[in-house]
Design a protein around this ligand. Structure first.
Ligand code: SDX
Length: 393
């Protein structure tokens, strides 16, 4: 109960806020972006096509998509001074700490020139964030491995450009395979938005005070980093590596059930889904394809994850509580197969979710009835009492 609060009606019209962007049916395991099923978008659309849909509410016609892609790809470069900022981080800083810091610092580069009260400026800020977040993410990775930053290229597609910035070096260029680009595109689409999750609510609450969008997105990154939220994908890999072998699965299932043990089955359970997370289903399928293409089909971690899922879903503790794999359960296995290290998994999530965060921020800021968020509480402290002098305490 401690810390329980209900939203102040002024901020959220009822106990939840209104939005036209994403619909989730937790019981049925349904996820729609602007009415389109995630299963269709994930396999048929490009990530920037979905970004346009989340931002503007409709799928773009060909001309609209081409000009949107050009607009985004033209703004992927960072101000050179940001390199100095990034170089100030300790070499082993977590990439999420660097992402949060550098995104927040964009306020210093755009704050004076952009007004949150001007709809055109708000749209520009949203586009800049979508354009630059992959460059910052890749730069954080390069810093963490002591390699020079690779500059973006405007002639590449969004996901290919990101993978090249991650894996090219000044000595050797990098052209992602089609399967790698396709897997990245699909994972970005699946992670793009998810209604009022903790990090999106953080962005909305920060934005409701009129704070600049770069600071709001930095707040969203901070919230996403938690292991109960976006940090779970990294925690799943740590968990699978700790379990090590299928023979250890029963022991860890018991640990997860033990109330006195803080261990939870990472990648399992969800605040809203009381059915299989539709995104997890799609990712598990893609796992097969990616591992097959990368000739890694007997990936021991994937085998272990599938065995863990099978045992858990036959255990009454999980069945009774409707605990199913969520979006984080299999995603890390694909990231790892693409050569992305564990400490970058949540960064991947943040790159994709930036589209959802800015879409919700724009929706809120465009609402003439938008007011500052002010969650209320149920007071549980002592009643009024008088000050006691030190001698009497
Ligand atoms: C994301 O909100 C979103 O939309 C988030 C997200 C998005 O796209 O933005 O979908 C992304 O954050 C996915 C979730 C990633 N986190 C994890 O995988 C971490 C592991 N999961 C748990 O920490 C937990 O399931 C949460 C945090 C996800 C949900 O927590 P809740 O709401 O407290 O879970 P619940 O109310 O459904 O729990 C019911 C019972 C409880 O036990 P009892 O008190 O009834 O005895 O199930 C237990 C919980 O203790 N439980 C688990 C468990 N998750 C819940 N027990 C063991 N392992 C788990 N993973």
């Amino acid at each position: 109960e401690a810390g329980f609060f209900t939203y102040d009606p002024g901020f959220m019209s009822t106990a939840s806020c209104n939005s036209r962007i994403t619909y989730i049916d937790g019981e049925q395991g349904i996820l729609l972006y602007r009415g389109y099923p995630i299963e269709q978008l994930a396999t048929k659309a490009s990530f920037l096509e979905v970004a346009y849909l989340l931002l503007y509410g409709e799928l773009p016609a060909k001309k609209e998509l081409v000009s949107f892609e050009r607009l985004i790809m033209r703004h992927t470069m960072l101000n050179e001074n940001l390199k100095n900022f990034l170089n100030g981080f300790h070499y082993d800083a977590h990439p999420m700490a660097m992402l949060m810091g550098v995104v927040g610092s964009l306020s210093a580069f755009y704050h004076d020139s952009l007004s949150v009260n001007d709809p055109r400026h708000r749209e520009i800020a949203a586009h800049r964030l979508i354009a630059k977040i992959p460059t910052i993410a890749a730069a954080a990775y390069k810093h963490s491995i002591g390699e020079p930053i690779i500059y973006p290229r405007n002639d590449l597609r969004y996901c290919a450009n990101f993978l090249r910035m991650m894996f090219a070096t000044p000595c050797e260029d990098y052209k992602p395979t089609l399967i790698a680009e396709k897997a990245m595109n699909l994972l970005f689409i699946l992670h793009a938005d998810h209604e009022q999750n903790a990090s999106t609510s953080t962005v909305r609450l920060a934005g409701s005070s009129g704070a600049n969008p770069f600071a709001c997105i930095a707040a969203g990154i901070a919230s996403l980093w938690g292991p109960a939220h976006g940090g779970a994908n990294e925690a799943v890999l740590d968990m699978l590596l700790e379990i090590g072998d299928v023979s250890n699965v029963p022991k860890y299932i018991e640990k997860a059930k033990d109330k006195d043990d803080p261990f939870r089955l990472m990648g399992f359970g969800h605040r809203v889904y009381k059915n299989y997370d539709p995104r997890a289903k799609i990712i598990r399928e893609v796992c097969h394809q990616v591992l097959d293409e990368l000739a890694d089909i007997n990936n021991p971690l994937f085998e272990l994850a599938m065995k863990l899922e099978e045992i858990a879903l036959n255990d009454e503790y999980f069945v009774e509580r409707k605990l199913y794999p969520n979006v984080d359960f299999y995603s890390g296995i694909i990231y790892q197969a693409l050569g992305i290290p564990r400490n970058m998994f949540t960064v991947m999530f943040a790159v994709a979710r930036t589209v959802g965060w800015v879409s919700h921020w724009l929706e809120m800021m465009d609402d003439p009835n938008n007011r500052i968020g002010r969650p209320r509480q149920i007071y549980r402290g002592p009643g009024q009492r008088d000050y006691l002098p030190l001698s009497k305490r």
